[in-house]
Design a protein around this ligand. Structure first.
Ligand code: GLY
Length: 371
């Protein structure tokens, strides 16, 4: 067994033990950020919160790996709870992909559950309904932001590629690729860095400005946004085989790698923030690592090792300093950050745990395409 697989196997066993302990404490509650080592129920606080699919998603990853019913039963309970989010139409957003791709679509792919298929198609239809045909983009968020597009959206359009295939209806794919093209041409900069937010005129589709969003400032480089771009464009390439998407994923990946070497493969929250304070975000690293492993699967052999090794170095760096594998406390990956200017720094985020587990399975070559 080579080094990566040995490390991934050892960590995965510890993760499985810990997640089982978390399930016994949570039952059908949906976790987000533990406070003093304990999760509370995000499902109760805000059922349409964008991260509510990551817990069932990681449970499906572990179910696929172990076939242990404990993971399936807990994931099913959370998926059913998410049904009430469909009633809050006004509160739903472009993150319906994160919410139902990782819960219902994963369930359907693994179990053929027809109710889950319907939930996934419902979510895909809601996302498609956010399409602006003038600007050729899917609007993000709600309220008075009809022309706003954020880079995170690139991780949500997988549900459209899935729906196109499921219904044999290319409209969903047209919307996904129009959106990906608009993001590629307006948010990704020539040097491989990415703006978090693009503000378009919703009537003409013209780009008005870009904003720093969850990063430091306009023109800066929020690392999780860069990670969403790496993985999102790599996935769009997988679903379309359009080389422009793979080249974009590689351009952002090369930029990302250049920016983490100096910090030992743990990304700063924003690559263009002032040197002090030094704020880090492990979630950006792990999402990027999954994207780098995906690029490694798609590129010719002579480039594969570069992306694979960069992904592995991030996973190893997180594993060596940022893990809590104690089954008695909630949350696995430490060192996450919500946004540069908010109070959630150095926290455990449910999506960090999701991407960590996906990354371990990626190293073991035994993941299934949840995206
Ligand atoms: N807006 C989703 C995120 O925090 O990455």
């Amino acid at each position: 067994m080579d080094n990566e697989k040995e490390l991934a196997q050892t960590l995965l066993q510890q993760v499985i033990t810990k997640i089982k302990a978390e399930i016994s404490r949570l039952d059908d509650q949906i976790p987000y950020i533990p406070v003093e080592g304990q999760y509370s129920d995000m499902g109760k606080k805000d059922i349409v919160w964008w991260t509510n699919g990551f817990w069932p998603g990681l449970l499906w990853l572990l179910y696929q790996q172990t076939h242990d019913e404990i993971f399936r039963q807990c994931a099913e309970k959370c998926e059913m709870r998410l049904d009430s989010a469909f009633d809050k139409f006004i509160g739903l957003h472009h993150d319906v992909g994160f919410m139902w791709q990782l819960s219902a679509v994963a369930d359907y792919r693994l179990t053929d559950n027809e109710r889950s298929q319907a939930r996934g198609l419902h979510a895909a239809t809601l996302l498609a309904g956010r399409y602006n045909p003038r600007g050729k983009f899917i609007r993000s968020w709600n309220h008075d932001r009809a022309g706003w597009v954020i880079i995170d959206s690139m991780m949500n359009i997988s549900i459209l590629y899935w729906a196109a295939q499921e219904l044999n209806d290319p409209r969903f794919k047209f919307i996904a690729t129009d959106h990906a093209d608009t993001v590629m041409n307006n948010l990704v900069r020539p040097d491989g860095s990415v703006a978090h937010i693009g503000v378009f005129d919703p009537n003409t589709g013209q780009l008005l400005e870009t904003l720093g969003g969850q990063g430091y400032e306009t023109g800066s480089s929020w690392s999780r946004g860069q990670a969403w771009a790496i993985y999102g464009f790599a996935l769009s390439y997988r679903h379309t085989k359009n080389n422009d998407y793979l080249n974009t994923a590689k351009r952002v990946a090369n930029y990302f790698i250049a920016n983490i070497v100096e910090t030992n493969y743990i990304p700063l929250v924003d690559f263009r923030a002032p040197q002090h304070p030094r704020l880090f975000d492990t979630s950006a690293g792990l999402c990027a690592a999954c994207g780098l492993l995906e690029i490694a699967r798609q590129v010719p052999k002579y480039e594969r090792d570069f992306y694979y090794q960069a992904g592995f170095r991030i996973i190893k760096a997180v594993a060596s300093e940022y893990l809590d594998l104690d089954p008695n406390t909630d949350g696995i990956v430490k060192g996450g950050a919500g946004a540069y200017h908010d109070n959630n720094h150095n926290v455990k985020l449910i999506y960090s745990d999701f991407y960590f587990i996906e990354a371990l399975l990626g190293l073991l070559s035994s993941d299934f395409l949840i995206w």
